[in-house]
Design a protein around this ligand. Structure first.
Ligand code: PLP
Length: 439
């Protein structure tokens, strides 16, 4: 038992949890965030008051400033890493239009109801129509949870025990965090028939491997590495006449060619070149929500959609809403970042660095090099601009709330602006000033 505080000890003035929960300001927080979260924060503040760290009269203020904005532990991170699609930051940030669509769709809506007849409607038809319009060479389209699920559905529905998938040895890729596409394919009982060598494969290799067990030929875009030197691979156009379907996993989800990324395959062109089915992610270069996109021959897509596994890979109304808004709305942040003018990026960096220098921070605007990242356009270097700070800012900014993720190069902390929406510049500067004031 700790000794009882003397009667004039401020610790005797610490209000009880019940009294605090009835405080109007905290009652409002309970209505917004739930009782448990507020109670936990009250107990933390009471503890600080007991140990003399906090004036008991300031407990309510301390609780309010310690509460999160929403009952969720995910912390917002400003992406100043210079990587447009950062896997650890949740890949593509959604456009404002997509965010509004998410909020709008969060309640009940007509996702699967025909309001004209009152009968069941085709689920997600708005998003599917938008996707079909965006990929004119597709006979039909389907959406699942992510790129890996799209491939899993294709191989489950078209392959299976006793069937084989023909794939180039150099395209047996690991997509990250230890997940390997060949293992995913084999987990369905389908056997892989590897052709070619690590660095080279030709159309004859494929033709010789196709037999009456072949479910399809699979091409996988090497989206997170580059092979160079004595290499060759076979374009989809040379695999169209093998008598079996050609499935192409393009990875990043460009729907049409992008001039900044000439090596990156896109859906429309890949289908026109002869692929029967193309799969991709929704949250890479497409800039939308996490999703897997399937597009191609109408009969094949229909088979996949009616397969029992399709129900287990179904996307929710939030994904459908965000995807449709991404497709129909203004350019999403990933595309804005990809298309940013390096001169304008430098102007932004100079503005921010100037403000920071006025406040006494050792900041300067420098040229830098950004990347697409996240399984897209490997090896592509995007000229960019950054605010350069002393190295110690890197850890301090990452510890802040919201956090800022920069990168450390040659003893300096670089805040690269290519992946950061211009609307976040002022907030970035304010967060740096906060860290600078503490240093
Ligand atoms: C990213 C990627 C995948 C996996 O997609 P997810 O949406 O992460 O499941 C599969 N194949 C390729 C080529 C990729 O680039």
């Amino acid at each position: 038992m700790p000794p009882r505080p003397a009667s004039d000890d401020p610790r005797r003035r610490i209000p009880s949890t019940d009294v605090l929960l009835r405080d109007p300001r905290l009652a409002a927080a309970v209505a917004e965030l739930g009782r448990e979260l507020v109670k936990a924060e009250i107990q933390r503040a009471q503890q600080r008051a007991r140990s003399g760290d906090l004036d008991p009269a300031s407990i309510v203020d301390a609780v309010l400033s310690g509460l999160p904005a929403a009952p969720v532990s995910l912390t917002r991170v400003l992406n100043a890493s210079g990587v447009l699609l950062h896997t650890n930051l949740g890949r593509a940030p959604l456009s404002e239009a997509a965010v509004r669509a998410l909020a709008e769709a969060a309640g009940t809506n007509d996702v699967e109801l025909d309001l004209a007849t009152g009968r069941r409607g085709r689920r997600g038809r708005g998003a599917l129509d938008a996707l079909r319009a965006a990929v004119p060479t597709a006979g039909d389209v389907h959406v699942v949870n992510n790129g890996a699920a799209a491939l899993a559905l294709a191989v489950t529905a078209l392959g299976g025990p006793g069937r084989t998938v023909v794939i180039a040895r150099g395209e047996m890729v690991e997509i990250g965090d230890g997940f390997r596409l060949p293992e995913l394919l084999e987990s369905t009982g389908t056997r892989l028939r590897e052709v070619g060598t690590t660095n080279r494969v030709n159309a004859d290799d494929y033709a010789r491997a196709v037999d009456d067990t072949t479910a399809f030929v699979l091409k996988v875009h090497p989206s997170n590495f580059v092979v160079s030197g004595f290499t060759s691979s076979v374009p989809p156009a040379d695999l169209r006449d093998l008598g079996v379907p050609l499935v192409v996993d393009i990875g990043s989800g460009l729907l049409t060619p992008h001039p900044a990324l000439p090596e990156e395959p896109d859906m429309t062109t890949t289908l026109a070149a002869g692929a029967d089915l193309v799969t991709s992610s929704g949250d890479k270069l497409l800039g939308g929500p996490q999703a897997g996109i399937l597009a191609g021959d109408a009969e094949l897509v229909h088979r996949l959609r009616r397969h029992p596994l399709a129900r287990a890979l179904r996307v929710d109304k939030l994904t459908l809403a965000a995807l449709e808004a991404t497709l129909r709305g203004p350019r999403p942040p990933v595309v804005v970042g990809l298309e940013a003018d390096p001169v304008e990026l430098m102007t932004r960096a100079e503005r921010i660095a100037g403000r920071l220098r006025e406040a006494g921070v050792d900041a300067r605007a420098v040229r830098s090099v950004a990347a697409v990242g996240g399984g897209g356009a490997p090896g592509v270097e995007l000229p960019s601009a950054a605010v350069s700070l002393p190295e110690s800012f890197a850890d301090a900014l990452r510890a802040g709330r919201p956090a800022v993720l920069g990168r450390v190069t040659e003893g300096r902390c670089l805040l690269d602006l290519r992946a950061l929406p211009p609307g976040d510049d002022d907030e970035l500067a304010a967060l740096v000033l906060r860290v600078g004031a503490l240093a």
